[in-house]
Design a protein around this ligand. Structure first.
Ligand code: FES
Length: 125
C-alpha cells in the first residue's frame, strides 16, 4: 500500500532573472527535481550536492538537506541550502544567490572559480 507524501508550496525568487517560481513539492522529493518536472528553470550543475551552483538562501520555512556535502555547517546555519538535494519540510520561500556567492563564502574570493589553476603557471600574454 502506498502512502501519499504531504505537499508543500515552494517559492523560489530567481534574483539573476528577476522572476519568481511557485510550485508544489511532495515532502519526499528533491526540490530542484520537482521544479524541473514543473517546467521551472533553475540554476544547477552537479545535481549531487557538491558544487553549490543551485544554492539558495531560505527566507522562510524549513528545509531538510542531509546530503548537502558541498555546504559547510556554518553556511547551513546561516540559512543556505542546496536545492538539488533538499526536501521541503514546510511551505518555503527561498532566493537564489548571486553568482558564486556561496562558493566564495566558503572558499574565499582568492579561490573563486577560474582564478586558480593548480600546478600551472598563469599565462602571461
Ligand atoms: S547542482 Fe551542484 S550542489 Fe546542487
Amino acid at each position: 500500500m502506498s502512502t501519499i507524501s504531504p505537499m508543500h508550496t515552494v517559492t523560489v525568487r530567481d534574483r539573476a532573472r528577476n522572476i519568481e517560481h511557485t510550485f508544489q513539492v511532495p515532502e519526499d522529493r528533491y526540490i530542484l527535481h520537482t521544479a524541473e518536472n514543473n517546467g521551472k528553470e533553475l540554476p544547477f550543475s552537479c545535481r549531487n550536492g557538491a558544487c553549490t551552483t543551485c544554492a539558495v538562501r531560505v527566507l522562510s520555512g524549513e528545509i531538510y538537506q542531509p546530503e548537502a556535502i558541498g555546504l559547510s555547517p556554518e553556511l547551513r546555519q546561516k540559512g543556505y541550502a542546496l536545492l538539488c538535494v533538499s526536501y521541503a519540510r514546510s511551505d518555503l520561500v527561498v532566493e537564489t544567490q548571486d553568482e558564486d556567492e556561496v562558493y566564495e563564502l566558503q572558499f574565499g574570493r582568492f579561490f573563486a572559480k577560474g582564478k586558480v589553476r593548480a600546478g600551472l603557471p598563469l599565462d602571461e600574454d
